[in-house]
Design a protein around this ligand. Structure first.
Ligand code: SF4
Length: 390
């Protein structure tokens, strides 16, 4: 995609969507083939320390499943039926050769299916380098940052062995600065939508963020800067819609048409947790003399709430209600992937907190292979009517 020659904002969004919906990873492959020695590292959601891979000379590519664009023919035989869609579609991508150009794949300790997927990839693709990041489970332990710094050192060694390049602290700091700039751009977009949701739809915001999962970060930053300029000039009138906070889609992603259906059913989404990994920190990663420790500190002490992070220091449910109030949300929509245990465990706690706080909410499930959205749209329309007319 040539960002600079696209004049219209809607065309830019369409190009982003076409790019990330392609199962051939066109931007990533083009980047890799442009120079010898370049590598692609696929990163399963939710959060991956992409700065480490970038500094090592690889392009970290977000693996976000295959949506409803791939028939599952081989992966079904390797997993139980009661497993979320992203697990099967990611494996299917590998089975049909769509990940052949990837030099490494990284998974994380987010749930049992993700751990099993890492093992299944290791067994089925002996020539692909597969790694697994163990995030600390006791975030309030004094050792958590030191432990994660050590874990990142191990991951850095794996990344440099994958790309065949050594990495200096200066290179790591430059990669951190680049991703800090991207996170700042994404935060700006989220703030803009919250303040003026009639000028930036969630479908558009989603496209701008997800493009960065499959394109070089330098190019993503240019896209965000371009969008920033376009949005400053955009005009629009607010409509009478319900302001909702949407949570539960932090890992597997709902179909884009489902996101659009929720909006067209009469909602302004004022916050969400789509594609959470690329905006996992609430502030910039610090810039000290020890970049791996800075990254570890950001994860342990400055990351956002997520169902796959076990922070016993505060109640995620109460924080969610407080966020809904702070963002002037009328209600919360809990939209979770079918069979996603971390989301379902949290929903039990959220529901209690919503009832206690008098916060209206609706619970919906999705899976990648959804084609019809009328039922969801009707449910949301009914919910919105109950909010606006009672
Ligand atoms: S959608 Fe949920 S269960 Fe599935 S891999 Fe992601 S966190 Fe795990």
């Amino acid at each position: 995609m040539n960002i600079e020659v696209i004049n219209r904002f809607d065309e830019l969004i369409d190009e982003c969507i076409e790019t990330f919906e392609s199962l051939d990873f066109p931007e990533a492959r083009a980047w890799k083939s442009a120079e010898p020695g370049r590598a692609l590292i696929g990163c399963f959601p939710v959060y991956a320390p992409v700065e480490i891979f970038h500094a090592a000379g690889a392009l970290p590519v977000g693996l976000a499943g295959a949506g409803n664009r791939l028939e599952i023919s081989h992966a079904d035989a390797r997993f139980q039926s009661f497993v979320c869609s992203i697990i099967k579609s990611t494996l299917e991508l590998g089975m049909v050769g769509k990940l052949d150009d990837f030099d490494g794949l990284v998974f994380h300790s987010i749930c049992d299916p993700a751990r099993n997927l890492a093992s299944v990839f290791t067994r089925n693709f002996p020539n692909t380098r597969v790694e697994y990041v163990h995030f600390p489970q006791r975030l309030h332990s004094e050792e958590a940052v030191t432990y994660l710094e050590r874990e990142y050192r191990r991951i850095l060694d794996w990344a440099t062995a994958t790309t065949g390049r050594s990495v200096t602290d200066e290179e790591l700091r430059r990669s951190i600065a680049l991703y800090n700039a991207i996170r700042t751009g994404i935060r700006w977009l989220y703030d803009f939508r919250r303040a003026e949701p009639h000028k930036l739809s969630t479908r558009e915001l989603y496209a701008l963020v997800r493009y960065g999962h499959v394109a070089p970060p330098e190019k993503h930053l240019r896209l965000l800067t371009h969008a920033f300029d376009e949005l400053q000039r955009r005009e629009g009138k607010p409509k009478d819609r319900a302001r909702i906070l949407l949570v539960g889609s932090f890992c597997e992603q709902p179909p884009l048409d489902l996101i659009a259906s929720i909006e067209s059913a009469g909602c302004y989404v004022v916050d969400d947790d789509f594609l959470l990994g690329r905006r996992f920190f609430s502030a910039d990663v610090a810039d000290s003399r020890n970049p791996l420790r800075d990254l570890a500190d950001a994860y342990v002490n400055h990351s956002v709430d997520s169902s796959v992070k076990h922070d016993l220091g505060h109640s995620k449910a109460e924080a969610l209600v407080a966020r809904a109030r702070a963002y002037d949300a009328d209600a919360v929509v809990v939209l979770t992937a079918k069979f996603c245990e971390p989301a379902l465990f949290d929903y039990a706690l959220y529901r209690k907190a919503f009832h206690e706080a008098g916060m209206p909410h609706v619970f919906l499930e999705f899976e990648e292979k959804m084609w019809l959205f009328d039922k969801v749209k009707t449910e949301i329309e009914t919910f919105v009517e109950s909010l606006l007319f009672t």
